[in-house]
Design a protein. Structure first.
Length: 236
């Protein structure tokens, strides 16, 4: 092979290499990057689809329980209705009185006021007093927690009441109610417990039971609050 042929062969080789490099950087490499990007986008879309499918399944499951949710809502609404329904409350009190064997002497209420969250204060704990013995018992002895022993050392502190931040004066109102009843001490305590466990939520803030020495007759005065959703406010 003479010199001219070698030059032509070398030139052809260089040209072929240049074409291969150009094809790689100009066509093949961009295509590979596009393919890689498309693969990543596909993986992201598949991940998002999986999240959406999980949410749809959760919504479908919730939809299947809608009747149960509505029943629970209606049951809770009996405790805190959207209107005062004071006559319904009075009928419930009458039923409790008949079941406990006591007589309701009077029921008084004041106008509704905006709800105020409770504060930790021992003085707000309901107290039941028996005049026959001169002893006082907390409402815990009528269904709540028993007080700590007197010799427990440091003075006990009242627990901090729980208050849901969704419940505010804008969506809830409170109506103070005072109930006076007469009967035997045990019957009056039974009446008080029935009030606390009734379908209509009533927060007992004070209760006093006074009895004669024979405990055959007594008087009870119970103070508490009924709750009602504010007109036009959405339930929390």
């Amino acid at each position: 092979m003479n010199g001219a042929d070698r030059l032509w062969s070398l030139g052809a080789g260089v040209l072929a290499a240049g074409i291969a490099v150009g094809a790689w950087f100009g066509v093949i490499s961009p295509d590979l990057r596009t393919t890689s990007t498309a693969r990543d986008d596909l993986a992201m879309v598949e991940q998002q689809n999986a999240i959406h499918e999980a949410r749809l399944e959760a919504l479908e499951q919730s939809a299947s329980l809608m009747d149960e949710y509505l029943a629970t809502r209606d049951e809770l609404a009996q405790g805190i209705p959207s209107e005062l329904a004071y006559s319904d409350f009075l009928r419930q009190l009458d039923a409790f009185a008949v079941e406990a064997g006591v007589t309701i002497d009077a029921v008084a209420s004041i106008d509704a006021v905006p709800y105020a969250p409770p504060v930790a204060d021992e003085s707000t704990a309901p107290v039941v007093e028996d005049a026959a013995t001169g002893e006082e018992a907390s409402a815990g002895e009528v269904g709540g927690a028993a007080p700590p022993p007197a010799d427990s050392g440091a003075a006990p502190s009242a627990p901090v009441p729980y208050s849901d931040p969704l419940v505010t004066e804008q969506n809830l109102a409170a109506v103070q109610v005072t109930v006076s009843a007469s009967g035997e001490a045990a019957q009056l305590r039974d009446f008080l417990e029935r009030m606390q466990l009734g379908t209509r939520l009533i927060s007992i803030t004070g209760a006093s039971i006074t009895t004669e020495t024979d405990a055959e007759s007594g008087k009870a005065e119970i103070v508490g609050y009924l709750y009602v959703l504010q007109p036009g406010a959405s339930a929390p």
